[in-house]
Design a protein around this ligand. Structure first.
Ligand code: AMP
Length: 261
């Protein structure tokens, strides 16, 4: 039975019981409108830890675009059902007023917040660090699970945890894709049916990429109606990856793949 925790006190009581029993706690932070990508993290947490809490909280401070925040999709009833069906133990759905009572921190992200998402979404990672630190301090998990879909975010969280000395293990998980290769995202619901069916070209672009045909690639993306923000390789955490972001049918989408030597 999924336990609904809507206040810090309810959360504290639930976590205290777990710790009292000497059991381990896994945590999956999300912004809701859940899909199989989120569920892969829940399942991973269930396989690593005795208890799993998923949070649903759309954090205003990480949105640099007010209309993106306001139109972020929501369906709490469907989210609760999906969590229950997948065996998640509890869901934490806090109010903004309570979250904002918690201490926040700022960390030096060593330039990681100046490229890609950091460059195109000013202030985004500051907001992410703020909210994830607050959630960690409230939930006090042993392990927390993040998708490689937001690979740069995963690196930012690892840096934050190291610098702030938060006693939690960060576990990254592979990207879950639609059958055409489009990376699953809550934002995909804002695409037209046709756009969602055709959206596999983003993953195909990553798979067939080589620097020698960059201008061709850019032209092809533009012809498909994809307004490219960046398409670039970065070596992060000893892994070389290719990252893409852009706007398709008015929806901002990101994706990345590992580049094997
Ligand atoms: P969000 O609700 O978009 O903030 O995502 C919550 C968590 O789910 C983050 O750690 C994301 O990286 C992860 N996630 C979102 N989409 C996917 C996906 N398609 N595959 C794997 N993880 C994902």
């Amino acid at each position: 039975m999924l336990k609904e925790l809507r206040t810090l006190n309810e959360l504290k009581d639930f976590v205290a019981q777990i710790k009292l029993k000497g059991k381990t706690l896994g945590f999956v932070p999300t912004m809701g409108y859940l899909h199989d990508g989120h569920m892969s993290l829940v399942k991973l947490s269930l396989s690593h830890c005795d208890f799993t809490i998923t949070s649903i909280y759309v954090n205003p401070s990480q949105f640099n675009d007010a209309s993106d925040f306001e139109t972020y999709p929501k369906d709490e009833v469907a989210d609760l059902k999906m969590l229950e069906d997948n065996g998640c133990h509890a869901v934490f759905i806090p109010q903004r007023e309570e979250i904002e009572t918690l201490n926040k921190i700022q960390v030096d992200l060593d330039g990681l917040d100046e490229v890609m998402e950091g460059e195109f979404r000013p202030g985004h990672f500051k907001g992410v660090v703020e909210v994830v630190y607050r959630l960690f301090s409230a939930v006090t998990p042993d392990k927390a699970f993040f998708g490689q879909k937001d690979y740069q975010q995963l690196m930012v969280i690892k840096k934050m945890v190291d610098q702030a000395g938060v006693p939690v293990e960060i576990v990254g998980a592979p990207i879950v894709r639609e059958s055409n290769g489009l990376a699953m995202s809550s934002r995909n619901s804002r695409l037209t049916k046709e756009g969602r069916l055709n959206g596999g070209f983003i993953f195909e672009t990553l798979q067939s990429f080589s620097t020698s045909n960059l201008s061709n690639v850019e032209r092809n993306l533009a012809a498909k109606g994809f307004e490219l923000e960046y398409l670039e390789t970065h070596e992060l955490n000893g892994e070389k990856r290719l990252f893409i972001a852009g706007v398709y049918e008015g929806v901002r989408l990101i994706d990345n793949i590992e580049l094997r030597a």
